[in-house]
Design a protein around this ligand. Sequence first.
Ligand SMILES: Cc1ncc(COP(=O)(O)O)c(C=O)c1O
Length: 426
Amino acid sequence: MLTRRAFLGAGTTATVGLAFTNEGLARAAAAAASVADVPPNDLARDETYWREIQQGFTLDRTIVNLNNGGCCPSPRVVHEAFKRYLDVSNQAPVYHMWQILEPNIETVRRRLAAEFGCSPEEMAITRNASEALQIAQLGIDLKAGDEVVTTNQDYGRMLDTWDQRARRDGVTVKQISFPVPPPSMDELANRLISAIGPKTKVLHFCHITNLTGQIFPVKKICDAARAKGVKTIVDGAHAFGHFPFTAADLGCDYYGTSLHKWLLAPIGTGFLYVRRENIESLWGLQPTAASRAKDIRKFEEIGTHPAANHNAIAEAMTFHQGIGTERKSARLRYLRDRWADRLLKTGKFKLHTSLDPAQSCAIGTVQVLGVETNKAVSHLWDKWRIIATPINHAEYTGIRVTPNVYTTLEEVDTFAEAMEKISAGS
Ligand SMILES: Cc1ncc(COP(=O)(O)O)c(C=O)c1O
């Protein structure tokens, strides 16, 4: 194994020429082992190592995709597994899909649960974060007059879901506001905790928001809510596979995430964690027999569906663990800081995302001062073929930028150059 000094001195020739093909996965894992002693923040700057990761994708490099917040391309090895499982299914689906492939969802459950830090019996595989969160939002017993506290920066679909409960069941929904970036994480926590009132039954908030990438002090908020008898639903759509944490660091009752975002699993994958004591009382979106009430798998009773998507999560886990979450998050912060530091030096941009590593990771939302956000985003695409996301919130506006492990320094620098030109009016 290379020591850090040997690694930095000799370079990472051991990794050169390896790609994450099916055949290359074992060699890539060996490459990762060869840099095992290198601290993540040092490896974040090692282009030789990251070139191998970049080569593991089949991308269109004529565009610069800085919207990895929507959904992400899977690495080649994951996409190949997905296609392979589809092909197998299509031979005689009632046999190959239902009998051969579907039972292997248990491997996926076991591996996801191990990574998340819960029991497999608390882990349901869903099709996305929306489904996972809506199971919790619509499955909790609430009566007219009960209150739900959330924020006005939670995800639109999830807010719409609470709104439907308000219209249908007479539940009261209180949305709190917070500045971006907030003055401190304590201040952020206190805003939510102090919004809890005598009628509050549920607190719903993001682990990391999709609007600015603000990471919440989840444990502090969940512990305070639990002490007041309030259930917590945490929207982790952007968190799992993005930066390191486990269920014990959160302490929530329900957690929903997408896996087609930062885990790089096939599109149409997510999970729902339900703390064991809450499983029996949580209704599924699609009803199951009373005998299944205590079984986490009751939330997977969605009728006939492809097994390929959820089974290929296993390959995505292998790719993800081959890099390691610490290294991945260090690289993502390095890429984010590279463009953000450059733009901030000019004084012509406003960053709505804190650069404190405890408060953010890959996602950064930046405003071009004096230029309308939608125009800037259109210009990035029309002139530079850069994909970024306009964020137009009632309280602020900006461009959301989300690189991924496949993003090159050249792409980040091209984005920064384009932004400088937009700011200069050219
Ligand atoms: C914060 C947040 N929650 C929920 C979702 C919904 O995720 P999905 O599209 O996987 O259902 C998203 C999607 O972008 C999101 O950003």
